[in-house]
Design a binder for this molecule. Structure first.
Ligand code: PSZ
Length: 497
């Protein structure tokens, strides 16, 4: 079993008394899911340390490097621990902006490449998948991506990153919407007008999004991103409708009525904006929404809000796109966060990237473009990434990582609530699902200071929104990692009092 740590001997007598599945559970509970993980973080220098600073200076001569926190040593990083070039080893609860399903150097993924020449060639020969896919492409799509598809969605298109998944999903929605109005064949007028960006070939349609949303930074999707001005300033944008996203009172259990009214207010606003857009001659072809607004501050919507949104979309003939780029892949305790919402059938489109390793989108058969070359680019994803995702899903199943996420998530959530009750002047609104959790700090300054101090104690965390700390550990984050995090967070809070 590749995932056993180096200390199973201590468990021998206990294991002798239990059998099969129970034995595996005991081993898992007591050991690390990735061999060779350190027991705790190590801090040797300030971060960034001298070597990181030197590299930063070098890089800054070539490109804008202001966002860089440290230079990593990916050979020495392992499991939940990120090593840097100065010998520091951090417990990583941020995981490359939420995009590492199995942490660093997972043995199963390494083994897939060292033991299999076909897999190495898959990494070396990157095809233009829309034209020359390899013999196993269809099997891999079925086995890997359709094997974990949201129920009811049987079509999938791969892409490179989250932004380009959303870009192409929006395009698929517009094509579907115009196809409903006009049928498959284009008119000569459409063909000539689209070449000069004029209707009817370039129609005045819109995608409705929400205040606080993040759907990427490329030119089209940026018009639906509203989390921070710095992402948008100086860049022309579509004047598309933007609806309020629910802003709940916490704790949720004690504010049910107010929060239900908040859902109704936001849904009524969506309906009104759709009607206004139609009157302006800019109909809403689709609605895009994150199941939890991540960059915007881990803002949650209730299952009832999403059920209502699906109804509003349907009754207005608009497609519902759920952007699972950050929430997808298991961190909420389910493969897809929207599975928590008990929707009436699947959304029309679900986009993914990050922990899914390949970008792409699932969609209904209706949203399949009727002509080829319309949703297209050179690579259309990457079989190498799908191969790694295949390994990731094997490990998720073998090690039952969704259960692990739920266990670690429960412990983390109750630990954070405990800290919130001990430090009410500093922390509020502990929230989230699985290990996809966040807590609000009393000011943006305090948040920045807590994240910085956590790093001096060996914890790599991250912020979201103006004043929240978000937790985005890998799926292999276990109870003992939770305890290390909570212990160091408590120290930082005591010091910040
Ligand atoms: O600042 C940034 O550009 C960041 S920090 C985190 C992200 C982007 N997340 C990316 C993201 C996302 O969270 C959601 C819900 N949708 C789309 C995207 C865009 O994905 P990428 O970055 O792969 O293009």
């Amino acid at each position: 079993m590749a995932s056993l740590c180096s200390r199973p001997c201590k468990l021998t007598s206990l294991l002798a008394r239990v059998g099969g599945a129970q034995q595996a559970r005991v081993l898992r509970a007591a050991s690390s899911l990735v061999a060779g993980e350190p027991k705790a973080p190590t801090i040797k220098t300030n971060i960034p340390g001298p070597r990181s600073k030197q590299l930063l200076q070098e890089l800054n001569q070539i490109q804008q490097s202001g966002s860089i926190q440290l230079f990593a040593d990916y050979d020495r990083s392992i499991g939940n621990y990120l090593a840097d070039v100065d010998g520091n080893v951090l417990l990583d609860v941020y995981t490359q902006i939420s995009s590492l399903p199995l942490g660093y150097n997972h043995p199963h993924l390494l083994q897939m490449l060292t033991d299999n020449p076909h897999n190495v060639k898959t990494m070396v020969n990157r095809p233009a998948l829309g034209v020359f896919p390899g013999a196993d492409w269809c099997d891999k799509l079925r086995k890997v991506l359709l094997g974990v598809a949201p129920a009811g969605l049987e079509q999938v298109t791969t892409m490179a990153c989250g932004s380009c998944s959303n870009e192409n999903a929006y395009k698929a929605i517009f094509m579907w919407y115009r196809g409903k109005q006009r049928g498959v064949d284009f008119s000569p007028e459409e063909i000539s007008s689209c070449m000069v960006n004029q209707p009817p070939g370039s129609p005045d349609l819109s995608i409705l999004s929400f205040h606080g949303a993040f759907h990427g930074r490329t030119l089209g999707v940026l018009s639906t991103t509203h989390s921070k001005a710095i992402h948008k300033i100086d860049v022309p944008a579509f004047d598309w409708p933007i609806a309020p996203f629910p802003n709940y009172r916490y704790p949720l259990e004690e504010n049910k009525q107010e929060n239900a009214a908040e859902d109704r207010r936001c849904l009524a606003a969506v309906q009104q904006l759709i009607e206004d857009a139609a009157k302006k001659g800019r109909p809403v072809a689709g609605i895009v929404v994150e199941p939890i607004q991540a960059e915007g501050g881990d803002n949650e919507g209730s299952p009832e809000f999403f059920q209502g949104l699906q109804k509003v979309a349907r009754s207005n003939g608009a497609a519902l796109l759920i952007d699972e780029v950050q929430t997808g892949g298991g961190a909420t305790g389910k493969m897809w966060c929207h599975e928590h919402f008990n929707l009436d059938g699947p959304p029309d489109v679900v986009t993914f990237s990050k922990k899914m390793l390949t970008g792409g989108f699932y969609h209904t058969a209706e949203l399949k473009a009727p002509q080829s070359y319309r949703i297209f680019n050179t690579w259309m994803g990457d079989p190498g990434k799908l191969l790694l995702l295949e390994g990731v899903i094997e490990v998720i199943k073998k090690d039952d990582l969704l259960s692990q996420v739920r266990r670690s998530g429960d412990r983390l959530l109750s630990g954070l609530k405990q800290l919130q009750s001990e430090f009410p002047a500093m922390l509020s609104k502990t929230r989230g699902r699985g290990t996809f959790l966040a807590v609000t700090c009393s000011s943006p300054k305090l948040r920045d200071s807590l994240v910085a101090r956590l790093k001096t104690k060996g914890i790599q965390s991250g912020g979201c929104g103006e004043d929240s700390i978000r937790l985005r550990p890998a799926l292999i984050f276990q109870e003992h990692h939770v305890d290390i995090f909570l212990d160091r967070f408590r120290q930082v809070l005591v010091e910040s009092k």
